[in-house]
Design a protein around this ligand. Structure first.
Ligand SMILES: N[C@@H](CCC(=O)N[C@@H](CS)C(=O)NCC(=O)O)C(=O)O
Length: 198
C-alpha cells in the first residue's frame, strides 16, 4: 500500500503519525504529495485531497479517519481505536471533534488564502472560531489519557492552530497545552513526523 501525504497538512500528518505509531513503515510506502503541483491520483479520488491511502489493486482509501481505521486493522486492530463497542464510537467521535477543530481552522485559513481582504466575512470566521473554542473546551475538560486515534487528531489540529500567531489557544486550554507539550517532546511518532523547516 502507498500513503500520499504531506506533513504540512493536519489531516495527512495524522495518517503519517499512525503509520509510525502502528509500526507499519515496512508495509506502507510513504509518498510526499503536493496537491497544488500534481493531480496524478485525481482519477481515483476526484476530491483530490490528502491523505490518500492506495491499496495494491489501486483502490483509493480516504478520508483520514477511514485511513486511520484501515491502518489500525492492518496492524491487527484495537491499537489506536478500541476494537468494538461504545468505547470505539467514543474514540471515533472524539477524533471527529479533533478533526472539526482542524476543519474550522482550515476554513479560516482558506479565507485568507483564497479571498481578497474585502471579500472576507468576519461573521463566518467568528462562526468557525466558535466551533474551535467549544471543541477545545471539551478536550480541556477531558484531556487524552492515551495516545489513541483521537489524541493523534488532536495533536495535529493543535499544531495547525499553533501555526497562526493570532490564535492563542493555550490560554483558554492550559491542561491541553501541557498535554500537547509533553506529547511533542516524548511521543516517538510525533518526533518522527515533525515537518522539516523550509
Ligand atoms: N476530511 C478530509 C480533509 C482532507 C483535506 O482537507 N486535505 C487538504 C490538505 S489539509 C487538501 O488536500 N486540500 C487540497 C484541496 O482541497 O484541493 C480528511 O480528513 O482527510
Amino acid at each position: 500500500m502507498k500513503l500520499r501525504y504531506s506533513l504540512g497538512s493536519p489531516f495527512a500528518r495524522k495518517a503519517a503519525m499512525a503509520v509510525h505509531a502502528l509500526g507499519l513503515l515496512d508495509r506502507i510506502e510513504m509518498i510526499d504529495h503536493d496537491t497544488d503541483k500534481t493531480n496524478v491520483v485525481r482519477h481515483i479520488n476526484p476530491l483530490h485531497k490528502i491523505p490518500m491511502l492506495i491499496a495494491d489493486d489501486g483502490t483509493a482509501i480516504f478520508d483520514s479517519p477511514v485511513i486511520l481505521e484501515c491502518l489500525d486493522e492492518i496492524a491487527g486492530g484495537g491499537k489506536i481505536f478500541p476494537a468494538r463497542g461504545l468505547d470505539r464510537y467514543k474514540t471515533l467521535s472524539r477524533l471527529a471533534l479533533a478533526d472539526g477543530i482542524a476543519e474550522a481552522a482550515i476554513l479560516i485559513h482558506y479565507e485568507d488564502r483564497w479571498r481578497e481582504e474585502h471579500q472576507r466575512a468576519p461573521k463566518w470566521i467568528a462562526h468557525q472560531q466558535g466551533k474551535i473554542e467549544r471543541a477545545l473546551a471539551v478536550f480541556e475538560s477531558d484531556v487524552p489519557r492515551s495516545f489513541d486515534a483521537a489524541a493523534i487528531g488532536l495533536f495535529c489540529a493543535l499544531t495547525f492552530l499553533g501555526q497562526r500567531k493570532d490564535w492563542n489557544w493555550r490560554e483558554s486550554a492550559p491542561k491541553t497545552a501541557a498535554w500537547y507539550d509533553d506529547v511533542k517532546r516524548n511521543e516517538a511518532c510525533v518526533i518522527a513526523t515533525e515537518p522539516r523547516q523550509k
